[in-house]
Structure formats: C-alpha cells, structure tokens
Design a protein around this ligand. Structure first.
Ligand SMILES: [Zn+2]
Length: 79
C-alpha cells in the first residue's frame, strides 16, 4: 500500500485544537493518532511530530487499521 489517496486511509475525524494541544503537551488522550501522509497510527507520547492537518483521530486501534493505517514502528501504534 502506498500513500493514502481518496478514500481508504483518509478516514477518521479531524483532530480538535484541544486534543492537539493535549497531544503536544504529551498528555494522555486515549486516542489513536493516524497520520494520513505516512499511513501509520500512533499512541499518545510518540516522538513522531506530524502536522495537525495531516493527523486524524480514531477511538480505537481496530478502527484505524480498518481504515488502512499500520502501527507505528517507534511507539507500537495507538489503542
Ligand atoms: Zn508512533
């Protein structure tokens, strides 16, 4: 699978400012952070720092993977 195009790995919802602020502050949010430009999903506190506009939030790892995202190799993925 290459980069997500229209559809598959572009699912999820946009991250809110409040959620993003918590993520940047490395506070636990319980969300799965999926990055549309890389096709991976991360947990809270992952050292990866994607742009907010490239990031989507999922409630569970299963939802992120169903949308075509793979677990991050650095943090093991979200959820
Ligand atoms: Zn990660």
């Amino acid at each position: 699978m290459g980069k997500p195009a229209n559809g598959k790995a572009g699912a999820g919802r946009e991250v809110t400012q409040a959620e993003w602020a918590a993520h940047e502050a490395r506070q636990p949010t319980g969300l799965v952070w999926a990055v549309v430009t890389t096709g991976i999903h991360c947990r809270d506190g992952c050292p990866g720092r994607p742009l907010q506009r490239n990031t989507r939030a999922f409630a569970t790892r299963a939802e992120a993977e169903a949308a075509g995202f793979r677990a991050c190799k650095r943090c093991g993925g979200g959820g």
